[in-house]
Design a binder for this molecule. Structure first.
Ligand code: DAK
Length: 260
């Protein structure tokens, strides 16, 4: 399938999505959001994809936010439509039953920071910058920023960054727990691929259940969360990969998972 604003690549078990509007610092317009929506559906249905990487084309930006040029003159109805579309796509990434790694190669501002936070893991370049500058534009973060930043980095950090709109460098993002690892700019993709390959070597159904258990568990009380954990733990025993993983251990041989 041909896309205008994104590049989709598949290499063995790893799918890579690159937002491709470098002249606008990869800002998210409606067209890009629709393409993202479509590519996430494609990836969800592809049993051969075990892990996903999301990045931005160029050396300057991951995503510099929602497209301000497009949003500037939106009516209330258009703004609502845009917001619904964005939230739908971001939630789809949240619920994607495959791990997704954001390779943050530059600015991740507003909707860009929010997009990175919808991913499971963030690898940042030393030149990456994160922030939620929406209040300076007269709006609130609208693609989950108030909720995901607080859940990832804690309420105090979320309030500080969102109330002030302050943009932070990768090192600070690492210190507050917003990113998992910081590497030199030319190593971001390499590191993301290495993470993705390590994850893709595990039993994919188990990884899928872990993502669901962590995400769902963070939204409910510990008793319910632990019950859900027990449920997915039990479900693993219905998979061929559980038999393979444990048999390979006992037989002291290499395991070969089949996503079954
Ligand atoms: N939208 C559109 N174009 C953008 C853009 C953006 N967010 N960010 C940058 N660009 C464009 C610039 O207009 C410029 O285009 P030309 O003038 O060359 O045509 C080009 O990218 C290069 O940018 P600069 O010339 O500004 O580059 P600098 O190095 O000087 O500055 C910068 C880089 C990232 C500091 C600066 O571009 C900047 O401050 N950009 C805006 C960052 C920002 O405020 N991002 C947050 C956007 S607000 C909603 C849900 C969510 C949202 C909204 C609604 N609903 C529920 C309805 C989300 C809102 C946001 O994300």
């Amino acid at each position: 399938m041909e896309f205008k604003n994104i590049i989709f690549e598949k290499n063995d078990k790893i799918a890579t999505i690159s937002i491709n509007r470098p002249k606008a610092l990869n800002a998210l317009n409606s067209e890009t959001l629709k393409e993202l929506d479509c590519v996430v559906d494609m990836i969800a249905e592809d049993e051969g994809v075990y892990a996903v990487i999301l990045t931005g084309v160029g050396e300057k930006a991951f995503v510099a936010g929602a497209d301000i040029t497009e949003m500037k003159d939106m009516s209330v109805a258009e703004g609502r439509k845009f917001g619904i579309l964005g939230n739908k796509v971001f939630r789809k990434i949240d619920l994607l039953e495959k791990p997704i790694i954001a390779a943050v190669n530059g600015f991740a501002l507003g909707g860009g920071c929010e997009l990175s936070m919808a991913c499971d893991i963030r690898i940042a370049s030393t030149s990456a910058k994160f922030g939620q500058p929406e209040v300076g534009l007269g709006i609130t973060p609208g693609f989950g920023g108030t909720q995901r930043l607080a859940r990832i980095a804690g309420m105090a950090v979320a309030k500080e960054l969102i109330f002030t709109g302050r943009i932070i460098k990768a090192e600070e993002a690492l210190r507050v727990g917003l990113v998992n690892k910081v590497v030199e700019p030319d190593k971001v993709m390499e590191e993301a691929v290495s993470f993705a390959n390590t994850i893709a070597a595990q039993a994919p159904i188990a990884v899928k259940y872990c993502k669901a258990a962590i995400n769902r568990g963070m939204q409910c009380d510990i008793e319910t969360a632990l019950m859900y954990e027990s449920e997915v733990f039990g479900e693993c025993f219905a998979t061929e990969d559980q038999k393979e993983g444990m048999t390979a251990f006992v037989e002291r041989r290499e395991k070969s998972f089949k996503n079954k």
